[in-house]
Design a protein around this ligand. Sequence first.
Ligand code: IMP
Length: 430
Amino acid sequence: MLAVVLGMQFGDEGKGKITDYLSENFDVVVRFNGGNNAGHTVVTSQGKFKFHLIPSGSLRSSVVILGNGMVIDPYSLIDEIENLKKANPDVQIKISKMAHVVTPIHKYLDKSEENVRGGLSIGTTAQGIGPTYEDKYARTGVRVIDLLEKSIVTEKIETIYRMKENLLADSPYREKSEREKLAADLHEAGKKLMQYMDYTENLIYRFSQEKKNILFEGAQGTMLDIDFGMYPFVTSSNTLAGALSSGSGFPFRKIQRVIGVIKAYMSKVGSGPFPTEIEGDLAVRLRDLGHEYGTTTGRPRRVGWLDLPLLNYASRLNDVDSFAITNVDTLGKLDEIKVCEKYLKDGKEVDFIPRSLEEIKTISIGYKTIRPWGNLDIENIFSSPDGQYDRLPVELRNYVELIEKNTGKPVEIISLGERRENTIHRNLDA
Ligand code: IMP
């Protein structure tokens, strides 16, 4: 099986839990975009694991690949590899030689650029993601393979400095000695990572020829996509399923299954339009019930109601086969639930997601109100492997079926809590 798992909303849909759950059936997991702006929490009987660069499926798969589309902070990666090896000692880790390197200069630039943006500041994770992709496309970036040649790292750091001298004027990097020290440190980190470096596109191809099961894991969410998200409040890479081709070298045409992860309500960190955002006390209650604080930054997440037009759009862009829904246990505890069924402009339904920041302000939302399902009786639901879905409260089943009816796609996986075992996997062929 060749499959991809992606977020359908603004990130933090619970992909970590779903990927970990699915990874039991996969030999290889591949990440193809982003860097340590991502944060996944996986809870197993061995404890709670937080990953930023390493794919969440890594605890159970035998090969873990960090593809060329990623931007990698070598220092964080060294720490994460150490952690992963404690949990999965036999795992093989491979990093694309062509992935780009996030350096401390990029992290500094991330903050400086945010200051310059003023009112249009994005609320980035400050992990240097944007500036590293800028350098990639400016063709001044440092690639993983470059770390092995000290003279190349030094030359590239000098070039980046010259290009961004204004933004770095108050930074320690204005001193040549600091830049040289940085290049030497990066070279040292590169030597530690050398054993993992490879031409991963060739490995993935070989694994596919050997009929291994490969799971591609998208980071962020569809509405953070640089092209189709709520620009400019997006991340700096493509987050759609199709991006796996350029981000790993594997052709999307060969992918057999696209799984879209939806949170039962929505959440977002950072600025920008969020049409179904909930404000006030209810937002505080939902945020607390769902522990909605960023895994990477600890920032409180904005929360909102499920947005069906947006979900349909994301489903179409990614050509989703089925959905996994998370956090239904949290949503059910509210006194009243709403779902956005349509976008209205001047009282009339529109069938597009406005992307001009002015136009989106003119949109109003047509909500449907749903009866909540309260606390779930987890013990009863999982009392036997058969009939788990049928033992869900009828209100929750109606909610799942509303999504299915509206999108025309089945909800295959329903996550009722953060633990692996609290997951219902419906057999769609039955
Ligand atoms: P950047 O990717 O750090 O440049 O941040 C750009 C925007 O994407 C900000 O709104 C971030 O909060 C958001 N973002 C980036 N990565 C993630 C993620 O993994 N989950 C949720 N939001 C993210």
